[in-house]
Design a protein around this ligand. Structure first.
Ligand code: CAO
Length: 448
């Protein structure tokens, strides 16, 4: 013969004997429990309290619901004691305001019906990495619940390592740590772009990207999303440089015809390299690297210049080493050789490493300006577009009808705005322009 259901009343809460709110009913009617299991959790203005089971048994009927207001002697639930116990019908709530949460004493865990959570393994080394419970009650003490509420954590997402998967403070701490780490790792993830079925609009052909295209796509994307790019545009008036270039090329052609030696033809590129070296010498900021955490600038005292080369298989950037030590012809020869090697697929990784600054020249094709993407760990890159010609008033002329042709080389400097400010960028780009506008200095052979 079974005992009559017993009442579980809210016992005295001592000095906190005032109205409180039911915030959790961990067990549903019919669920067996062991002595000490938490049956009701209430919260007053001052504290969160849990009402433990006075004995082994099962809930017959809940007499309150979450949100109910209760006070001392309120009927919380009816339960059926599983043995003719000596237990008193009420029990003492456990205060956990300042104490660490601990699992309730449970000497003989009841058999788990399907609706109760499966017990956690005795030793769970990484509870935060386990899947959180998907159904069933959450076992946790007031301290854990309070912290979870303060942090806005849904305890159903947290795996507990205590008795009956009870969530301990340590479990919550581990969950927070793991979630923060996951969040940090996931932070760079971007919302995916939409991908419609393109074949619905007409015939399509799928062409896999080359390895080089895939690698450069990944790097360009990483640079674009990690580095705040700003692009500074300017124009260098290079009439004098073009005149000098034409003279040198003509002289070389003549001497080559005589001596049968092959010298690389000068394009604007070697002049640009020299002008960049001059500006980089004056502005060390632009030959710096910024550590990935953004806290330290690494100044580099080398003048290795990367040259973007377009190849059939994708974009490659070989490095001209020690450009400050080379004359125009050596730079032109090396650029031509590296570009050829790039197009033949014969560059080694070492030949593409170590640059402190990059030049991307599209000027032979056209364009008036573009936004080149920085090649980290570099902090700036110079884009070069097509020389433009325009009429300008002749220098020192008083006549309104006296004009000359100006040749303007459009330059686009992308820079890392975390490290470089607009004023630095204008000064640096101006310095490149001024160097190009005084070609005699560029033609000086550094090797003597
Ligand atoms: N304006 C007008 N003409 C230019 C010019 C400019 N800015 N730059 C070069 N030219 C001329 C050259 O003088 C040459 O003509 P001449 O023989 O009559 O003098 C002609 O264009 C071809 O030059 P080039 O391309 O052979 O040589 P280069 O030194 O200018 O450039 C290289 C070499 C390897 C940089 C270039 O061939 C190249 O591949 N550029 C592509 C870079 C690239 O893809 N950047 C994009 C990166 S972002 O996607």
């Amino acid at each position: 013969m079974t005992d009559q259901p017993r009442n579980l009343l809210l016992p005295s809460m001592g000095e906190d004997d005032m109205q409180a709110e039911v915030i959790e009913l961990p067990l549903a009617p019919g669920t067996p429990f062991a002595k000490g299991d938490v049956l009701v959790i209430i919260e007053s203005d001052k504290a969160t309290l849990e009402v433990p089971a006075p004995d082994d048994g099962s809930i017959v009927a809940l007499k309150v619901q979450v949100g109910s207001t209760v006070q001392k002697d309120s009927l919380l639930l009816e339960y059926q004691a599983s043995t003719a116990s000596q237990a008193t019908p009420t029990s003492t709530p456990q205060r956990n305001d300042s104490q660490p949460d601990s699992a309730p004493a449970s000497t003989s865990p009841p058999a788990s019906p399907a609706s109760t959570p499966a017990p956690a393994p005795a030793a769970a080394p990484h509870p935060a990495s386990q899947p959180a419970r998907t159904s069933g009650p959450v076992y946790a003490g007031p301290a854990v619940r309070r912290l979870a509420r303060q942090l806005g954590i849904d305890l159903t997402q947290v795996s507990g390592t205590g008795n009956r998967s009870r969530i301990q403070l340590e479990d919550l701490h581990l969950w927070v740590r793991t979630t923060l780490q996951k969040g940090a790792a996931a932070a760079p993830a971007l919302p995916a772009t939409e991908w419609p079925d393109l074949s619905q609009y007409g015939a399509i052909k799928e062409i896999p990207l080359s390895r080089i295209q895939k690698v450069s796509a990944r790097r360009l994307h990483a640079s674009w999303v990690n580095i705040p790019h700003v692009c500074q545009h300017d124009q260098a008036e290079i009439s004098a440089m073009e005149q000098l270039r034409a003279q040198i090329n003509k002289a070389n052609q003549a001497s080559q015809a005589k001596q049968h030696e092959q010298k690389a033809r000068l394009t604007p590129l070697p002049f640009l390299i020299k002008a960049c070296v001059a500006a980089l010498t004056e502005f060390p900021l632009f030959r710096s690297a910024l550590t990935p955490d953004g806290t330290t600038r690494i100044e580099r005292d080398s003048y290795h210049i990367g040259i973007a080369v377009d190849t059939e298989k994708g974009l490659l950037v070989p490095t001209i080493r020690d450009a400050d030590q080379r004359n125009l012809h050596e730079l032109a020869t090396e650029a031509a050789q590296l570009a050829q090697q790039a197009r033949d697929g014969k560059l080694s990784p070492a030949q593409m490493a170590g640059a402190v600054f990059t030049i991307s020249s599209l000027g032979h094709l056209g364009g008036t300006g573009f936004t080149p993407i920085i090649n980290p760990p570099q902090v700036a890159i110079l884009g070069v577009s097509k020389i433009q010609e325009r009429l300008a008033p002749a220098k020192n002329s008083t006549s309104e009808t006296s004009f000359r042709v100006e040749r303007l080389l459009p330059l686009s400097l992308s820079y890392d705005h975390r490290l470089i400010n607009g004023v630095d960028a204008v000064r640096f780009t101006r310095a490149i322009c001024q160097a190009l506008e005084q070609p005699e200095t560029l033609a000086i052979d550094p090797t003597g």
